[in-house]
Design a protein around this ligand. Structure first.
Ligand code: GDP
Length: 140
């Protein structure tokens, strides 16, 4: 399996509860390495652009409002098969359905306030990384 990269967001429900370190530890314990990280306040335009694929979904407006309700930590993670490794440690979208030991099972509040985002494919990871980071901000 090759070393690859994925894109992660520690969402506002987690930063609000001071869980940046707790989430990052779970990512690191899963074998992922943080090779870029910054805490930002997303603008509405940024959040709408990031979640554009969900524009037609009924929860789009709520999701955008939630994502700009407080600071987030955007990260680039590196590791063996990083997209799949990250999705595994994140757990299911709805924390009620997530496996024990996953970030969402242990820390998330709800299907919307579910503590973390992680890219769902290597193609999207590359797009999402480029949306928030310049190449020189990523130091592997
Ligand atoms: P993910 O890849 O597991 O993050 O899930 P999706 O790409 O399907 O959804 C993106 C994000 O939208 C999720 O992480 C949730 O924050 C939010 N979301 C997904 N489904 C729902 C829903 O049914 N209601 C609400 N309010 N938010 C949702």
């Amino acid at each position: 399996m090759a070393t690859t990269r994925t894109f992660s967001i520690i969402k506002p429900d987690a930063t609000r509860r001071n869980l940046t370190g707790a989430v990052t530890k779970m990512l690191e314990d899963a074998g992922l390495r943080v090779v870029a990280s910054k805490r930002i306040q997303m603008t509405q335009e940024q959040a709408e652009g990031f979640y554009a694929v969900h524009r037609e979904r009924p929860f789009f407006g709520d999701l955008v409002s939630f994502m700009i309700s407080g600071p987030v930590v955007v990260q680039v993670l590196e590791g063996e098969d990083a997209v799949a490794t990250n999705r595994k440690v994140m757990g299911a979208t709805n924390p009620a359905n997530a496996d024990a030991g996953t970030i969402r099972k242990e820390l998330a509040e709800s299907i919307e306030a579910n503590s973390v985002h992680g890219s769902d494919s290597e193609e999207n990871a590359a797009i999402e990384i480029a949306y928030f980071f310049k190449p020189e901000e990523i130091v592997g």
